[in-house]
Design a protein around this ligand. Structure first.
Ligand code: ZN
Length: 250
């Protein structure tokens, strides 16, 4: 899938051959498929409905409203939401029970501001999911969609702007910029699994390799990989081709 990627290791950023990362990524993708296998058509319908509802209204969604619109019993909707939240980690509800996140989008404040051509400004759950949002919305709506992502560099905090379509063609608005997307990988001894959905939520942007390196020297020793935007877009596509809710996902 990729050419060589950059690996963050202690204070250094080192190139590693594409094969190493591709193998690891394929393993994580397989884990994600296994984890989400429990989802039925009802889960997918509800999840997809929640994504589009958040995008279009930028307001939290109650389970009562979802039950009414989808013509499902409220009890069933609450059960489906429990599973989407706890097992798949793709839905988040606030204490009052209202849905505030349906990956890739969220009403919670994040560093990735997102405007899709179907709605108002919303937030994305991490840089990788921001890149996948127009693709997801386009699949759910069956329409061309484009997104405008605004996100700061994690080192210099200068905003970067990316336009991306549901066809995943993208453009960085800052001339000559070559940003990198950092995906932190859990340490080998933390006991945590490399959950791709979570890595997507934790992913951030650096405006350049120099700033990624400067940040790593200053603060960050987190294990992880740095992807070019092209690699990150391909990764987002793979993840969102798997996360159910999408009509043609396998
Ligand atoms: Zn920067």
């Amino acid at each position: 899938m990729t050419r060589g990627v950059l690996l963050g290791f202690f204070r250094w950023i080192l190139p590693v051959p594409a094969g190493c990362w591709d193998k690891k990524f394929d393993g994580m993708l397989q884990q994600l498929k296994e984890k989400d296998k429990f989802m039925t058509g009802e889960h997918r319908t509800l999840y997809g409905f929640a994504i589009m509802r958040l995008v279009e209204t930028v307001k939290s969604l109650t389970s009562e409203e979802a039950a009414q619109k989808l013509n499902l019993p409220l009890e069933r909707v609450n059960q489906l939401l429990d599973e989407l939240e706890k097992r798949a980690g793709v839905i988040t509800r606030h204490a009052d029970g209202a849905i505030v996140s349906a990956g890739p989008v969220t009403l919670d404040k994040t560093s990735q501001r997102l405007v899709l051509s179907l709605g108002e400004e919303i937030q994305a759950e991490g840089m990788l999911h921001a890149l996948g949002a127009a693709y997801v919305a386009g699949k759910l709506r069956g329409l061309p969609v484009f997104g405008h992502i605004t996100t700061p560099c994690s080192y210099c905090h200068e905003p970067r702007h990316i336009i991306i379509g549901n066809d995943l063609k993208f453009r960085v608005l800052e001339a000559g910029a070559s940003p990198l997307v950092f995906l932190p990988l859990p340490g080998r001894n933390t006991g945590k699994h490399d959950d791709l959905n979570q890595l997507g939520k934790d992913s951030v942007l650096f405006c350049s390799r120099e700033h990624a390196a400067a940040y790593r020297k200053k603060a960050g020793r987190t294990r992880g990989v740095y992807l070019t935007l092209e690699q990150a877009v391909g990764t987002a596509r793979s993840i969102h081709g798997v996360i159910p809710g999408m009509p043609d996902s396998g």
